[in-house]
Design a protein around this ligand. Sequence first.
Ligand SMILES: [Zn+2]
Length: 428
Amino acid sequence: MRRIVLLVALSLLLAPISPAVAVSNDGPRYDVRLGADASGVTWTGRERVTFTNTSAGTLSEVYLRLWGNAWDGCNSSPVRVSHFAGGTPGTASVACTALPVALTQPVAPGKQISIAFDLSITAPDRAEKFGRSGDYSFFGNALPVLAIHDQAGWHLEPDVGIGESYYAAAADFAVRLDHPAAVQVPATGTESGGVITAKQVRDFAWAAGPFEHSEVTSPGGVKVRTWWTSVVTAGAVATARTGAVAAVDDFGRRFGTYPYGELDLVLNDKWAAFSGMEYPGFVLLVAPPYGESAAVHEVAHQWWYGIVGNNEYADPWLDESFATYSADLFAGDAKPGCWPGSVVTSITNSMAYWKAHPTSYGTYVYTYGACMLHDLDRLIGGPAMATLLKTYALTHWYGIATPAAFKQAAQSATAIDLTSFWSGHSIG
Ligand SMILES: [Zn+2]
């Protein structure tokens, strides 16, 4: 995502990734059925979350992340849950985005359990990823998902308001979205027989409204569906679509074939605080003026954050620097000489730091982070860099990558000792 406004902070515990709420092939499963009101602004129904305790100890509670409540804290809570089965909700914390649920039956290691709850989601009246713009409603980070638990405990990072906060395991979703025929509903996943299925994705997003839409299939076989609000021009639609179609194939060749079959682009003329926001198989874009460049950047996030997961709050560079660098690769721009030489801080800071230093965030995490990768490319050579990225992606496919894992992968790709490279590029 590329965001313009900033906000919060909290300390973050870093630890080896061995989540109790499973990552990788044993991830959670979400079964959801929601029905819309006449305009698609409010959705109500029920959600069931099934997961396996992959930790060594008994699990007696889980946390749901209600990210949709972050904006107004506990004042409005546009995402509401009630009537729990399998657990008892406690008091929400972290601006009402973290809800503990005490499990009715503590779950032993290796065992599977489900919790279920009624759900009501109303898009707030603001032009945001979870919000409304005219007759159109958008549900990004609106569906409750499980927090990750590992040796550091529960990951309950705050929403800093610039998109980089989320951390979730790849999961399977089966979602039924019942809605009036006049309301179009682009969404993560693929729909068949009224059920939208999305496998090995970290989130599920959708939108609702009287969208116009088109569908093309990329030469590589990815179905790209473009949806746009009435204020978006035909030229802007074509520009974004062309960029996304080319990018999804190009990145597939570079990093591993796009696995989801379908990609939905949702275009509006503006959002309050971003020009593009990525979700699995689904991206929100401003078009115009950003058009192709935003589309390519957000498509790159399908790999860097989506397929190859990371803790966005702890390590925003692992997705934003990589998405920016990937877009440069797509454009054939090697950015010679772009590393500034001396820097006052590290590109690897967490969002706690960038929240406190918002004017440096874009320069360091996007621009300088991509410059570092270009310099690494120049140092180890194009073929080694290409092998590194593909190997790194496949190693962490549907899993979680860490800074240490990337550094190790890079070192494994070259006979050159990278110690001075890392220190020369502000990476500890
Ligand atoms: Zn981004």
